[in-house]
Design a protein around this ligand. Structure first.
Ligand code: IMP
Ligand code: MG
Length: 181
């Protein structure tokens, strides 16, 4: 067993309690922004945003249809590969026309993933697109993305937990932690 197996993280950056407070605050922001709005379609970017989106959408008071889109770029490393692969988007495209789309992702790192998804959304003809992201890394992003609802900013390190993985593992940690080097 390696050191990483016994303790995969070196430090907890955001506790479970702080995550819960953050999600509650974001839900309240969404409830204000979408009060009396129907036609909202939440587009959740898998796999990383699944847990966050589930907690978040459980606390909203407006009707929302939830759809999922798989986007990947990491391919098992801690660096973005630079090329983004979307899956499931072809069937989704026609559902998005005329909808108020709330894009939900786990983390704004390089911005390549959100840029690819937003570019693709642009050609689907939605009525509106707003973006909600749990975490933003404090770095110079390769692509500038406008985020309408942001949870927390974090320092530049690779994080795991609360849905975020390293090589498919550690999504189940209840907090956000810096991966052990
Ligand atoms: P970006 O394209 O570099 O902005 O990263 C987008 C995706 O990469 C996110 O939606 C995450 O799924 C994943 N990602 C980026 N940074 C991290 C991290 O620190 N830990 C785990 N996954 C990450
Ligand atoms: Mg992701």
């Amino acid at each position: 067993m390696t050191a990483r197996d016994s303790k995969p993280y070196e430090r907890i950056l955001i506790s479970a309690e702080r995550l819960a407070q953050t999600v509650k605050r974001l839900a309240s922001e969404l409830n204000t922004a979408y009060a009396d709005t129907d036609n909202v379609l939440a587009l959740v970017i898998l796999e990383g945003a699944r847990i966050f989106a589930s907690d978040l959408l459980g606390q909203v008071h407006f009707p929302v249809q939830v759809e999922y889109l798989s986007a990947s770029s990491y391919r098992g490393t801690t660096q973005s590969s630079g090329s983004i692969r979307l899956q499931g988007h072809l069937d989704l495209a026609r559902k998005l026309r005329g909808r108020k789309v709330l894009l939900i992702d786990d983390i704004y790192d390089t911005g390549l993933t959100l840029a690819a998804v937003q570019d693709w959304l642009g050609i689907c003809g939605p009525a509106d697109v707003k973006t909600c992201v749990l975490l933003e890394k404090e770095i110079t992003h390769q692509k500038q993305i406008s985020i309408d609802f942001l949870g927390l900013s974090i320092e530049d390190c690779f994080v795991i937990g609360y849905g975020l993985d390293y090589q498919g593992r550690f999504r189940d940690l209840p907090f956000i932690a810096a991966l052990a080097q």
